[in-house]
Design a binder for this molecule. Sequence first.
Ligand SMILES: NC(=O)c1ccc[n+]([C@@H]2O[C@H](COP(=O)([O-])OP(=O)(O)OC[C@H]3O[C@@H](n4cnc5c(N)ncnc54)[C@H](O)[C@@H]3O)[C@@H](O)[C@H]2O)c1
Length: 332
Amino acid sequence: MRIGLIGTGRIGTFHARTLVAEPEVSELLVTDVDAPRAAEVAGDLGATHAPSPEELLSRDLDAVVIASATASHAGLIQAAAGRGLPVFCEKPIALDLPGTTAALRTVDEAGTLLQIGFMRRFDAGYVAARAAVHSGSLGRLHTVRAATSDPAPPPAAYIPLSGGLYRDCLVHDFDALRWVTGREVLSVYAAGSDAGPEMFRDAGDVDTAAVLLTLDDGVLCTATATRVNGAGYDVRMEVAGEKDQIAVGLDARTPLTSVEPAATPSKGTPWPGFLERFAPAYESELAAFVRAVRGEAPNPCDGHEALAALRIAEACELSRLEKRPVAVAELA
Ligand SMILES: NC(=O)c1ccc[n+]([C@@H]2O[C@H](COP(=O)([O-])OP(=O)(O)OC[C@H]3O[C@@H](n4cnc5c(N)ncnc54)[C@H](O)[C@@H]3O)[C@@H](O)[C@H]2O)c1
Protein backbone atom coordinates (compact mmCIF):
# COMPACT_ATOMS: atom_id res chain seq x y z
CA MET A 1 0.00 0.00 0.00
CA ARG A 2 1.32 3.46 -0.97
CA ILE A 3 0.39 6.16 1.52
CA GLY A 4 0.87 9.91 1.22
CA LEU A 5 1.36 11.89 4.46
CA ILE A 6 0.74 15.65 4.47
CA GLY A 7 2.29 17.59 7.36
CA THR A 8 5.51 16.57 9.11
CA GLY A 9 5.22 18.58 12.33
CA ARG A 10 4.86 17.12 15.84
CA ILE A 11 2.11 14.59 15.18
CA GLY A 12 2.88 14.11 11.46
CA THR A 13 6.42 12.94 12.18
CA PHE A 14 5.08 10.46 14.75
CA HIS A 15 2.56 9.14 12.20
CA ALA A 16 5.32 8.90 9.57
CA ARG A 17 7.35 6.64 11.89
CA THR A 18 4.29 4.48 12.54
CA LEU A 19 3.49 4.18 8.84
CA VAL A 20 7.00 3.12 7.74
CA ALA A 21 6.88 0.41 10.43
CA GLU A 22 3.46 -0.83 9.25
CA PRO A 23 3.96 -4.10 7.30
CA GLU A 24 1.16 -3.31 4.82
CA VAL A 25 2.76 0.01 3.80
CA SER A 26 5.18 -0.53 0.92
CA GLU A 27 5.96 3.16 0.30
CA LEU A 28 5.40 6.36 2.27
CA LEU A 29 5.44 9.73 0.54
CA VAL A 30 5.66 12.84 2.73
CA THR A 31 5.17 16.55 2.10
CA ASP A 32 4.94 19.78 4.08
CA VAL A 33 4.82 23.47 3.17
CA ASP A 34 8.07 23.52 5.13
CA ALA A 35 9.87 21.53 2.42
CA PRO A 36 13.23 21.11 4.24
CA ARG A 37 11.36 19.68 7.23
CA ALA A 38 9.56 17.11 5.07
CA ALA A 39 12.79 16.28 3.23
CA GLU A 40 14.53 15.66 6.55
CA VAL A 41 11.76 13.36 7.78
CA ALA A 42 11.80 11.52 4.45
CA GLY A 43 15.58 11.13 4.67
CA ASP A 44 15.47 9.89 8.27
CA LEU A 45 12.77 7.29 7.56
CA GLY A 46 13.57 6.16 4.03
CA ALA A 47 10.36 7.76 2.75
CA THR A 48 9.87 9.67 -0.50
CA HIS A 49 9.68 13.46 -0.39
CA ALA A 50 7.03 15.13 -2.56
CA PRO A 51 7.50 18.88 -3.11
CA SER A 52 3.88 19.90 -2.42
CA PRO A 53 0.50 18.47 -1.36
CA GLU A 54 -0.74 18.91 -4.95
CA GLU A 55 2.22 16.93 -6.29
CA LEU A 56 1.77 14.26 -3.62
CA LEU A 57 -1.93 13.86 -4.42
CA SER A 58 -1.15 13.48 -8.14
CA ARG A 59 0.99 10.40 -7.44
CA ASP A 60 -0.34 6.85 -7.54
CA LEU A 61 -1.56 6.48 -3.93
CA ASP A 62 -3.83 4.09 -2.06
CA ALA A 63 -4.58 6.44 0.86
CA VAL A 64 -3.70 9.78 2.43
CA VAL A 65 -2.92 10.80 6.02
CA ILE A 66 -3.42 14.49 6.83
CA ALA A 67 -1.47 15.82 9.82
CA SER A 68 -0.87 19.39 8.69
CA ALA A 69 -2.05 22.54 10.48
CA THR A 70 -5.79 22.58 11.18
CA ALA A 71 -6.70 25.32 8.68
CA SER A 72 -5.53 23.12 5.81
CA HIS A 73 -7.53 19.99 6.72
CA ALA A 74 -10.86 20.66 5.00
CA GLY A 75 -9.31 21.65 1.65
CA LEU A 76 -6.96 18.67 1.68
CA ILE A 77 -9.78 16.26 2.60
CA GLN A 78 -11.80 17.59 -0.33
CA ALA A 79 -8.84 17.33 -2.72
CA ALA A 80 -8.09 13.74 -1.67
CA ALA A 81 -11.74 12.62 -1.57
CA GLY A 82 -12.26 14.23 -4.99
CA ARG A 83 -9.60 11.80 -6.27
CA GLY A 84 -11.44 8.92 -4.62
CA LEU A 85 -8.72 8.41 -1.99
CA PRO A 86 -9.41 7.13 1.54
CA VAL A 87 -8.28 9.71 4.12
CA PHE A 88 -7.14 9.65 7.72
CA CYS A 89 -7.24 13.21 9.08
CA GLU A 90 -6.16 14.62 12.38
CA LYS A 91 -8.84 16.41 14.39
CA PRO A 92 -10.48 18.80 13.73
CA ILE A 93 -11.80 18.72 10.15
CA ALA A 94 -12.20 22.50 10.27
CA LEU A 95 -12.52 25.21 12.88
CA ASP A 96 -16.15 25.95 12.01
CA LEU A 97 -19.31 24.03 11.25
CA PRO A 98 -19.77 25.21 7.61
CA GLY A 99 -16.19 24.16 6.74
CA THR A 100 -16.73 20.80 8.44
CA THR A 101 -20.05 20.06 6.75
CA ALA A 102 -18.71 21.10 3.32
CA ALA A 103 -15.81 18.65 3.68
CA LEU A 104 -18.18 15.90 4.85
CA ARG A 105 -20.46 16.53 1.88
CA THR A 106 -17.55 16.00 -0.52
CA VAL A 107 -16.59 12.77 1.25
CA ASP A 108 -20.17 11.51 1.28
CA GLU A 109 -20.67 12.37 -2.41
CA ALA A 110 -17.38 10.70 -3.34
CA GLY A 111 -18.33 7.66 -1.26
CA THR A 112 -14.81 7.54 0.20
CA LEU A 113 -13.55 6.70 3.64
CA LEU A 114 -12.66 9.47 6.14
CA GLN A 115 -11.27 8.43 9.53
CA ILE A 116 -10.69 11.10 12.19
CA GLY A 117 -7.81 10.95 14.65
CA PHE A 118 -9.68 10.70 17.94
CA MET A 119 -7.01 8.36 19.29
CA ARG A 120 -8.52 8.03 22.77
CA ARG A 121 -10.93 5.53 21.20
CA PHE A 122 -7.87 3.26 20.89
CA ASP A 123 -6.45 3.87 24.38
CA ALA A 124 -6.67 0.83 26.68
CA GLY A 125 -8.17 2.84 29.56
CA TYR A 126 -10.91 4.49 27.51
CA VAL A 127 -11.69 1.16 25.82
CA ALA A 128 -12.06 -0.47 29.27
CA ALA A 129 -14.25 2.40 30.51
CA ARG A 130 -16.58 2.07 27.54
CA ALA A 131 -16.79 -1.68 28.07
CA ALA A 132 -17.60 -1.15 31.77
CA VAL A 133 -20.39 1.32 30.96
CA HIS A 134 -21.90 -0.94 28.33
CA SER A 135 -21.65 -4.08 30.51
CA GLY A 136 -23.79 -2.42 33.17
CA SER A 137 -21.21 -3.12 35.90
CA LEU A 138 -21.25 0.52 37.05
CA GLY A 139 -25.05 0.64 37.30
CA ARG A 140 -26.90 3.71 36.11
CA LEU A 141 -24.34 6.49 35.62
CA HIS A 142 -24.80 9.68 37.60
CA THR A 143 -21.56 11.63 37.00
CA VAL A 144 -18.67 11.69 34.55
CA ARG A 145 -15.59 13.87 35.13
CA ALA A 146 -13.19 14.41 32.24
CA ALA A 147 -9.93 16.35 32.46
CA THR A 148 -7.05 17.20 30.15
CA SER A 149 -4.09 19.11 31.55
CA ASP A 150 -1.05 19.98 29.45
CA PRO A 151 2.19 20.50 31.39
CA ALA A 152 3.16 23.54 29.32
CA PRO A 153 1.58 25.65 26.56
CA PRO A 154 2.15 24.72 22.90
CA PRO A 155 4.41 27.00 20.83
CA ALA A 156 2.98 30.57 20.79
CA ALA A 157 2.53 30.43 17.00
CA TYR A 158 0.25 27.37 17.36
CA ILE A 159 -2.34 29.09 19.56
CA PRO A 160 -3.98 31.57 17.13
CA LEU A 161 -4.27 28.76 14.53
CA SER A 162 -5.57 26.12 16.96
CA GLY A 163 -9.21 27.24 17.24
CA GLY A 164 -8.88 27.69 20.99
CA LEU A 165 -8.91 25.40 24.00
CA TYR A 166 -12.42 23.96 23.45
CA ARG A 167 -11.97 23.08 19.75
CA ASP A 168 -8.32 22.06 19.96
CA CYS A 169 -8.01 20.29 23.29
CA LEU A 170 -11.36 19.65 25.01
CA VAL A 171 -12.75 18.29 21.74
CA HIS A 172 -10.95 15.02 22.65
CA ASP A 173 -12.83 14.92 25.97
CA PHE A 174 -16.14 15.69 24.22
CA ASP A 175 -15.57 12.81 21.79
CA ALA A 176 -14.54 10.52 24.64
CA LEU A 177 -17.67 11.46 26.66
CA ARG A 178 -19.90 10.55 23.71
CA TRP A 179 -17.96 7.38 22.89
CA VAL A 180 -17.60 6.03 26.43
CA THR A 181 -21.21 6.73 27.49
CA GLY A 182 -22.87 6.15 24.11
CA ARG A 183 -25.00 9.25 24.78
CA GLU A 184 -25.32 12.69 23.18
CA VAL A 185 -24.62 16.02 24.90
CA LEU A 186 -27.77 18.11 25.23
CA SER A 187 -26.36 21.31 26.72
CA VAL A 188 -23.21 22.95 28.04
CA TYR A 189 -22.30 25.74 30.41
CA ALA A 190 -18.69 26.80 29.88
CA ALA A 191 -16.29 29.17 31.56
CA GLY A 192 -12.73 30.00 30.62
CA SER A 193 -9.84 31.86 32.20
CA ASP A 194 -7.06 33.77 30.45
CA ALA A 195 -5.32 34.79 33.67
CA GLY A 196 -2.19 32.77 32.82
CA PRO A 197 0.41 33.38 30.09
CA GLU A 198 -0.13 36.51 28.01
CA MET A 199 0.00 34.65 24.68
CA PHE A 200 -3.49 33.24 25.33
CA ARG A 201 -4.98 36.71 25.94
CA ASP A 202 -3.20 37.97 22.79
CA ALA A 203 -4.87 35.19 20.77
CA GLY A 204 -8.32 35.72 22.34
CA ASP A 205 -8.04 32.22 23.79
CA VAL A 206 -8.13 30.89 27.36
CA ASP A 207 -5.45 28.85 29.11
CA THR A 208 -7.91 27.06 31.40
CA ALA A 209 -11.54 26.02 30.95
CA ALA A 210 -14.31 24.25 32.83
CA VAL A 211 -17.54 22.95 31.29
CA LEU A 212 -20.70 21.46 32.77
CA LEU A 213 -22.37 19.15 30.26
CA THR A 214 -25.78 17.44 30.48
CA LEU A 215 -26.25 14.21 28.54
CA ASP A 216 -29.51 13.19 26.91
CA ASP A 217 -30.17 10.63 29.69
CA GLY A 218 -29.67 13.23 32.42
CA VAL A 219 -26.11 12.21 33.37
CA LEU A 220 -24.07 15.22 34.50
CA CYS A 221 -20.50 15.62 33.26
CA THR A 222 -17.70 18.05 33.87
CA ALA A 223 -14.78 18.60 31.53
CA THR A 224 -11.80 20.72 32.47
CA ALA A 225 -8.66 21.60 30.56
CA THR A 226 -5.57 23.68 31.13
CA ARG A 227 -2.39 24.46 29.25
CA VAL A 228 -0.38 25.26 32.38
CA ASN A 229 -0.33 22.15 34.61
CA GLY A 230 3.26 22.25 35.89
CA ALA A 231 2.85 18.91 37.69
CA GLY A 232 2.73 17.09 34.35
CA TYR A 233 0.56 15.79 31.52
CA ASP A 234 -2.67 14.53 33.02
CA VAL A 235 -5.56 13.07 31.01
CA ARG A 236 -8.26 11.38 33.05
CA MET A 237 -11.87 10.39 33.03
CA GLU A 238 -13.84 9.27 36.07
CA VAL A 239 -17.08 7.44 35.36
CA ALA A 240 -19.35 7.07 38.37
CA GLY A 241 -22.50 4.96 38.58
CA GLU A 242 -24.91 3.81 41.27
CA LYS A 243 -22.98 0.53 41.71
CA ASP A 244 -19.32 1.41 41.10
CA GLN A 245 -16.95 4.03 39.74
CA ILE A 246 -13.82 3.77 37.61
CA ALA A 247 -11.00 6.05 36.47
CA VAL A 248 -9.10 6.26 33.19
CA GLY A 249 -5.57 7.65 33.45
CA LEU A 250 -5.14 7.10 37.18
CA ASP A 251 -1.91 5.21 37.85
CA ALA A 252 1.62 5.69 39.16
CA ARG A 253 2.30 8.24 36.40
CA THR A 254 -0.65 10.50 37.26
CA PRO A 255 0.86 13.83 38.35
CA LEU A 256 -1.34 14.20 41.41
CA THR A 257 -0.09 14.11 45.01
CA SER A 258 -2.30 13.03 47.85
CA VAL A 259 -1.75 15.03 51.03
CA GLU A 260 -3.35 12.37 53.21
CA PRO A 261 -0.89 11.14 55.87
CA ALA A 262 -1.60 7.46 55.13
CA ALA A 263 -1.32 7.79 51.36
CA THR A 264 1.46 5.93 49.53
CA PRO A 265 3.53 8.44 47.57
CA SER A 266 3.31 7.92 43.81
CA LYS A 267 6.67 6.83 42.38
CA GLY A 268 6.05 7.16 38.66
CA THR A 269 7.39 9.84 36.34
CA PRO A 270 4.52 11.79 34.76
CA TRP A 271 4.04 11.43 31.00
CA PRO A 272 5.88 14.31 29.32
CA GLY A 273 3.07 14.88 26.81
CA PHE A 274 0.47 13.48 24.43
CA LEU A 275 2.93 11.74 22.10
CA GLU A 276 4.27 9.56 24.92
CA ARG A 277 0.98 9.05 26.82
CA PHE A 278 -0.98 8.03 23.73
CA ALA A 279 1.76 6.44 21.60
CA PRO A 280 0.09 2.98 21.48
CA ALA A 281 -3.27 4.60 20.67
CA TYR A 282 -1.78 6.65 17.80
CA GLU A 283 -0.22 3.46 16.42
CA SER A 284 -3.45 1.47 16.78
CA GLU A 285 -5.60 4.10 15.05
CA LEU A 286 -3.35 4.00 11.97
CA ALA A 287 -3.30 0.20 11.98
CA ALA A 288 -7.11 0.40 12.04
CA PHE A 289 -7.03 2.86 9.14
CA VAL A 290 -4.91 0.46 7.07
CA ARG A 291 -7.38 -2.34 7.83
CA ALA A 292 -10.31 -0.09 6.86
CA VAL A 293 -8.59 0.92 3.59
CA ARG A 294 -8.08 -2.78 2.82
CA GLY A 295 -11.77 -3.37 3.49
CA GLU A 296 -10.99 -5.70 6.40
CA ALA A 297 -12.69 -3.62 9.10
CA PRO A 298 -15.24 -0.80 9.34
CA ASN A 299 -14.20 2.83 9.76
CA PRO A 300 -13.77 3.21 13.54
CA CYS A 301 -14.38 6.99 13.68
CA ASP A 302 -15.95 8.73 10.70
CA GLY A 303 -16.22 12.45 9.98
CA HIS A 304 -19.70 12.77 11.47
CA GLU A 305 -18.20 11.93 14.87
CA ALA A 306 -15.88 14.90 14.45
CA LEU A 307 -18.82 17.11 13.51
CA ALA A 308 -20.66 16.08 16.69
CA ALA A 309 -17.63 16.83 18.88
CA LEU A 310 -17.02 20.17 17.15
CA ARG A 311 -20.64 21.18 17.70
CA ILE A 312 -20.13 20.70 21.45
CA ALA A 313 -16.93 22.79 21.32
CA GLU A 314 -18.76 25.54 19.40
CA ALA A 315 -21.53 25.50 22.01
CA CYS A 316 -18.85 25.96 24.69
CA GLU A 317 -17.37 29.01 22.93
CA LEU A 318 -20.84 30.54 22.66
CA SER A 319 -21.57 29.74 26.30
CA ARG A 320 -18.29 31.30 27.44
CA LEU A 321 -18.83 34.45 25.39
CA GLU A 322 -22.50 34.92 26.34
CA LYS A 323 -22.10 33.58 29.90
CA ARG A 324 -25.16 31.32 29.65
CA PRO A 325 -26.05 27.64 29.23
CA VAL A 326 -26.25 26.69 25.53
CA ALA A 327 -28.21 23.82 24.02
CA VAL A 328 -26.06 21.98 21.48
CA ALA A 329 -29.09 22.00 19.16
CA GLU A 330 -28.66 25.81 18.88
CA LEU A 331 -25.58 24.99 16.76
CA ALA A 332 -27.57 23.02 14.19
N1 LIG B 1 -4.86 13.70 17.87
C1 LIG B 1 -4.04 14.36 18.65
O1 LIG B 1 -3.85 14.03 19.80
C2 LIG B 1 -3.30 15.53 18.10
C3 LIG B 1 -2.15 15.97 18.75
C4 LIG B 1 -1.48 17.04 18.20
C5 LIG B 1 -1.94 17.67 17.07
N2 LIG B 1 -3.08 17.23 16.49
C6 LIG B 1 -3.59 17.90 15.29
O2 LIG B 1 -2.65 17.66 14.25
C7 LIG B 1 -2.48 18.82 13.46
C8 LIG B 1 -1.00 19.20 13.47
O3 LIG B 1 -0.62 19.51 14.79
P1 LIG B 1 0.94 19.54 15.20
O4 LIG B 1 0.95 19.67 16.67
O5 LIG B 1 1.69 18.43 14.56
O6 LIG B 1 1.35 20.94 14.54
P2 LIG B 1 2.77 21.40 14.01
O7 LIG B 1 2.69 22.88 13.93
O8 LIG B 1 3.88 20.76 14.78
O9 LIG B 1 2.85 20.80 12.53
C9 LIG B 1 2.01 21.20 11.49
C10 LIG B 1 2.78 21.03 10.19
O10 LIG B 1 1.88 21.27 9.11
C11 LIG B 1 2.59 21.99 8.10
N3 LIG B 1 1.59 22.63 7.24
C12 LIG B 1 0.80 23.70 7.52
N4 LIG B 1 -0.04 23.93 6.49
C13 LIG B 1 0.22 23.00 5.55
C14 LIG B 1 -0.32 22.71 4.28
N5 LIG B 1 -1.29 23.45 3.74
N6 LIG B 1 0.19 21.66 3.58
C15 LIG B 1 1.19 20.91 4.10
N7 LIG B 1 1.75 21.14 5.31
C16 LIG B 1 1.27 22.16 6.03
C17 LIG B 1 3.48 22.93 8.89
O11 LIG B 1 4.55 23.42 8.11
C18 LIG B 1 3.93 22.02 10.04
O12 LIG B 1 5.11 21.32 9.71
C19 LIG B 1 -3.42 19.88 14.05
O13 LIG B 1 -4.60 19.89 13.31
C20 LIG B 1 -3.69 19.39 15.45
O14 LIG B 1 -5.00 19.77 15.90
C21 LIG B 1 -3.75 16.17 16.96
